[in-house]
Design a binder for this molecule. Structure first.
Ligand code: HEC
Ligand code: HEC
Length: 389
């Protein structure tokens, strides 16, 4: 790759392949060198839904397999001439195709007006360190609202600085996941919120009764609970803490430029981001990271193709099924550029590294080019909250 002559040769070859394919196909179905990897994606996806895009041109793609992927990207970027832009996207990013994989965030998933009192209480609880044994740790300590719902620590210091074995995932958009935690052991955000308060390495409260008793001693909570659960005889009960925090978490949606793009604003992404999106789809990342939050909707094994070293057995600890060993909930990739470090144990420091590891262990692609990583990273950057840009 560092050898200039070799590089030139590959460039010429890539160009030749492009030109050939370009001549043979109309621009809509132009296969680039990565096209060859698409079959993988389809196999896992089951339906072969975009089969009719694959005719003929597949061969060119297969020729370019391997080096082609990365090089082609670099060539596109460096060249920057009209031709590259035109043939790269066209039909491949058309709306029908995108809608097979992604959905924009809904405007809201809870009636914020009708639930205003509940949400207000939930937010207060979320930010309140008094929910912890020594008044020091709030949900917000590990899931900071002003920092994309994370603390950027590999694992989080909780009560007395103790740390669990897992990385704090973001609370942003989490309400849209199929279930909560890396292993999906809580059904929803309402149920999830009741866990950390009693967890000895998180907020460290000794019992449900102790939490309720403590809150009852804080005058303002009496009024807030009464307002939020007006129709209940005894509004201050443990379960309702979860109901309120969950309601608040349902308001934590972070629309991004990618949502604008999905809704038809073709200028919402720049060229590098569009190339990255195309690669994300063609390489097969989209098999697992798809839907409204680009993940969060299925469980998959880490090391699906090439085994991955970890002592965390993931979902196996919940289900006891042999086939669930090292299976985790596929994380959402929204705000991923801001939520380092990565993976269930926070062991992966950079997004570049996370992308390379994914390509290798989940897709069997050992040497993805620099251009590939750069473009995918650019695309992932477009998933950052617009409000933060
Ligand atoms: C000491 C740090 C810490 C505190 C305090 C804490 N959490 Fe967490 N949170 C974590 C960690 C670590 C995980 C992942 C644990 C796992 O998957 O086993 C997590 C998981 C979650 C998830 C699941 C997200 C997903 O993608 O699955 C939500 C939602 C969440 N926490 C909300 C809360 C709320 C609400 C509170 C306060 C009641 C809270 N957390 C307090 C560290 C913390
Ligand atoms: C077979 C399913 C699958 C495929 C394909 C896949 N991923 Fe993942 N991805 C996962 C799972 C599962 C995790 C969680 C791994 C862990 O924490 O151990 C994950 C984690 C990640 C993370 C870290 C998220 C975080 O919050 O820590 C990133 C970034 C990521 N994937 C990007 C990609 C990219 C880019 C591709 C394509 C090159 C890809 N993934 C392909 C299943 C998949």
């Amino acid at each position: 790759m560092n050898d200039g002559g070799y590089m030139k040769l590959i460039l010429i070859l890539a160009f030749f392949i492009c030109a050939q394919a370009y001549a043979a196909e109309d621009t809509r179905d132009h296969p680039d060198a990565e096209k060859a990897h698409e079959h993988k994606g389809k196999k896992q996806h089951g339906e072969g839904h975009d089969g009719d895009h694959d005719h003929g041109g597949m061969k060119h793609g297969e020729d370019g397999h391997g080096h082609g992927g990365g090089m082609h990207g670099d060539h596109d970027h460096g060249g920057g001439h009209g031709h590259g832009d035109g043939h790269g996207h066209g039909g491949k990013l058309d709306e029908t195709r995108l809608k097979q994989f992604f959905e924009p965030l809904p405007a809201s998933i809870i009636d914020e007006q009708k639930n205003a009192a509940l949400i207000k209480l939930g937010k207060k609880l979320y930010l309140d360190p008094r929910l912890s044994i020594n008044d020091k740790i709030a949900c917000n300590s590990c899931h900071s609202l002003s920092n994309f719902g994370v603390d950027n620590e590999p694992t989080s210091p909780g009560h007395e600085g103790k740390r669990g074995g897992r990385n704090s995932p973001t609370t942003m958009n989490a309400a849209l996941h199929i279930a909560q935690f890396w292993d999906g052991r809580a059904a929803n955000v309402e149920e999830q919120a009741l866990g950390p308060i009693l967890n000895p390495v998180e907020m460290g409260m000794p019992s449900e009764e102790a939490v309720v008793k403590k809150l009852k001693g804080i005058a303002e909570y009496k009024a807030l609970f009464a307002e939020a659960f007006g129709n209940e005889k005894d509004p201050m009960k443990y379960k309702n803490i979860g109901v309120a925090i969950g309601a608040f978490e349902r308001t934590l949606l972070t629309p991004s430029r990618f949502d604008d793009f999905l809704k038809g604003d073709k200028d919402a992404l720049n060229e590098s981001e569009k190339r990255g999106l195309k690669k994300f789809i063609n390489m097969g990342c989209v098999n697992c990271h798809n839907g409204t939050v680009i993940g969060g909707n299925s469980y998959k094994k880490i090391g699906l193709v090439v085994p991955y070293e970890t002592s965390d057995m993931g979902r196996y600890e919940v289900t006891g099924l042999e086939t669930d060993k090292k299976v985790f909930k596929v994380p959402s990739l929204r705000n991923i550029a801001k939520t380092a470090p990565y993976f269930h144990d926070g062991s992966v420091e950079t997004l570049d590294e996370a992308i390379e590891l994914m390509a290798k262990h989940q897709l069997g692609r050992d040497h993805v080019g620099h251009g590939m990583v750069r473009d995918i990273k650019a695309f992932l950057g477009s998933l950052t909250a617009k409000s933060a840009e």
